[in-house]
Design a protein around this ligand. Sequence first.
Ligand SMILES: [Ca+2]
Length: 448
Amino acid sequence: MDNTISRRKFVKSVGAGVGMLLMGGCNNSAKWFGANDKPNFIIIMADDLGYGDLGCYGNTKIRTPNIDAMAAGGMRLTDYHSNGAVCSPTRAALLTGRYQQRCGINGVVTAKNHRETGMPLSEVTFAEVLKQKDYATGLFGKWHVGYPAEFNPIKQGFDEFAGFVSGNVDYQSHVDQEGYADWWKGEKLADENGYTTDLITKYGERFIEKHRAEAFCLYLAHEAPHYPYQGPDDSPEREVGNAHAFKKRTDKKTAYKEMIEAMDAGIGKIVEKVKQMGIEKNTLIFFCSDNGPAGPGSSGGLRGKKGSLWEGGHRVPAIAYWPGRITAGSDSYETIMGMDLLPTMAAMAGAKIPKQAQPDGTDVSDVMLNNAKLEQRTLFWQHRDQKAVRHGKWKLVVQKNKTRLFDLASDLAEKNDLATTEKAVTAKMVKLLSQWHKEVWDGVEKRS
Ligand SMILES: [Ca+2]
């Protein structure tokens, strides 16, 4: 594979990190923020971007100077995971801080079969948590946790929304993969001209400018580099009523590179806008992906891709950038998940998490701000008939009734199954997984 981060580098950086986690230790230095400080948050999420798709994660073909600059000026998280192995589940967990199974978004909300459903409004999003502290909130780009207007982002704490509600749109015509027009302003369909990536950037820049003098939370949910594989200069592939209208590009790898580079250029503009407004010392910019790569992407040597519960399906790039607050050029090897962002932002903003929110995630602000270690915890994934559980260096994967155990500290590529040699660890993790699965699904059944 072109873009593989070498095994040596895994062992040196990521593997060593898992080892450090096991040794424990905790940085207890006081948090800098107090009840009256309200930092701005910019959450930028790429779509289907793999662990090996960025320069700062070992890619040598795709040019990502702006994201790389964020890593150089901030913190690279080497053991960050999306909650889901596909789009909608990760988004539900990111928004609510909870395992997506609890939110009823356990699979993709498809353009074909799920046009009437959505994430219940009773779920509390990070936008709603931050509204309590008078944050201005905006979401530009992909929603993908409900089609009907009743499930629109503006019903879930976002003051402003422009973007699409399906899993993907044509980057030029903004038609979804079933042939429906899918570009909204708030609750209304309102198409406009432009390459999706550039529109998301434009709205982001405007939002920052407009709200520069107050606390804000901006969620930029990029479509790139999800298919359809279209660069900024390509013509539309879909039209309303015909999702397969025109010829598609055959050089998908080249298109993929163009798409990531266009997103990177847009992220450069966002960082620049924050600097221009003079608010960079009070703004956390967090970048991540929503799941592992699809066809043309690189998992960076990890096993599996999007849709799988091997590491390649959910270990994704993540960068926390905040000049003066987060140590430039640092790495954290702590195991972090998308659902940790809600409690983290709430803590940084001094916002109370409402009782009914009941997040599963943890406040990881100490990791970002002080490079602290986290208390050991057990984390879970479930996608279709696959399940996985992580505790420290151990990862158990259950797939097609086969149970496998891996020591990620020495085997990040998940090649060496230790289930038969480490029977006690395996039995313990099987039990934890079964308890978790019962608990999240029982909760859903009781509610419905
Ligand atoms: Ca995705």
